[in-house]
Design a binder for this molecule. Structure first.
Ligand SMILES: Nc1ncnc2c1ncn2[C@@H]1O[C@H](COP(=O)(O)OP(=O)(O)OP(=O)(O)O)[C@@H](O)[C@H]1O
Ligand SMILES: [Mg+2]
Length: 338
């Protein structure tokens, strides 16, 4: 039985800019299962936000354009359904917390009204019912004196409290899927821990499926069930949290992990990945990571790397794992499951 709630298949989203075509998302495949927290990680500019925005068809066009692929939600292709249907899905069935909370909250409306708005729109609650539900949601995400605070405006909230408001607004219609784009990046350590606790509780209490986007491997470790590692608009590796942290296969994933501080080992220095992320306008040939890869081989700048399954749950896109052909038509790299 297919237990994937959302499947992104061969997604391609490019930005057509004055300087050239940015291949922001280039053939991405991933699947989100019921009740899991799937973390999408990778360095800045690797296409995480563009992937998330493409799922809800919120890419600015121009300059962006979704050029191909499928996004299956309950077997309905969101890239091909009418705009009207998509408006029902956004916020109601799939909610998103955007990377920049400042620009997502409207400064001229109270936070109570902003949380209540989707309840009126999607669930047809009247103002009184919607505001009462907004108050409950604010309490659930740990905003003290919610009764009073719902009458305040966004500028009267601290960064951490604003982030809680964003979460409350996203949860208002009890969506099946929550996409959270860097929801803790701008927060200090203690507030970040509190917000991560909210995500943990959400999954437990509501069996919600969460696509959690971050560039921080440290954040991922505590909350992910599975992890998708992205580099240069493409998937580098997918696996369970155990696979990625204990048996990372892609040299890029291995590099990300050596950048993590390890207090118990009293490590003196972190080891950054050498070089910088490539331009997605004119990306390197072959494997896009090859210019920075410590394990690069002559084939790596010649051919696209194969997708190889290390186990049912663990796949990597790298020449190092290319399987020899064992029988006609049977190679280790021909699956395309999620
Ligand atoms: N509106 C846009 N116009 C032109 N290029 C864009 C636009 N939005 C994104 N890009 C480009 O697409 C690529 C992917 O950007 P994206 O925002 O998806 O990265 P990201 O992984 O979310 O990075 P970050 O961790 O910094 O949020 C980048 O090269 C970026 O410059
Ligand atoms: Mg982003």
């Amino acid at each position: 039985m297919n237990h994937n709630l959302l499947e992104v298949k061969n997604l391609k989203t490019y930005f057509f800019t004055r300087n050239g075509v940015v291949q922001a998302v280039d053939g991405v495949n991933l699947a989100l299962r019921k009740g899991e927290n799937l973390c999408l990680v990778g360095e800045s500019g690797c296409g995480k936000t563009a992937t998330a925005l493409s799922i809800l068809r919120l890419i600015d066009s121009p300059p962006g354009k979704i050029l191909g692929g499928e996004i299956l939600f309950h077997d309905e292709d969101l890239l091909r359904c009418p705009e009207e249907r998509l408006r029902q899905i956004r916020g109601r069935e799939i909610a998103m917390i955007f990377q920049d909370p400042q620009s997502s909250l409207n400064p001229v409306f109270t936070v109570g009204d902003q949380i209540a708005e989707p309840l009126k729109l999607h669930l047809k609650l009247n103002s009184k019912e919607a505001l009462e539900r907004a108050r409950e949601l604010m309490e659930q995400v740990g905003i003290p004196q919610a009764d009073e605070r719902m009458k305040d405006y966004p500028h009267q909230f601290s960064g951490g409290m604003k982030q809680r408001v964003m979460i409350a607004a996203a949860l208002s219609c009890d969506p099946e899927i929550l996409i959270a784009d860097e929801p803790t990046t701008a927060l200090d350590t203690t507030i970040k821990a509190q917000i991560l606790d909210i995500f943990h509780d959400l999954k437990q209490a509501r069996n919600m499926s969460i696509l959690f986007i971050t560039h921080d491997m440290g954040t991922v470790a505590g909350i992910a069930d599975r992890i998708v590692v992205m580099y240069g608009g493409k998937i580098a590796e997918v696996g369970t949290t155990f696979d990625i942290f204990d048996q990372p296969a892609h040299p890029y994933t291995q590099g990300l992990l050596t950048c993590l501080p390890n207090i118990s080992a009293q490590q003196q220095r972190l080891t950054p990945i050498p070089g910088t992320i490539p331009s997605l306008i004119d990306p390197p040939s072959g494997c896009i990571f090859h210019p920075r890869c410590p394990k690069r081989m002559p084939i790596c700048d010649q051919e696209d790397p194969p997708e190889v399954f290390i186990s049912d749950e663990h796949r990597v896109v790298c020449q190092l794992y290319k399987q020899p052909v064992t029988s006609p038509g049977k190679t280790g790299d021909t699956h395309s499951a999620q």
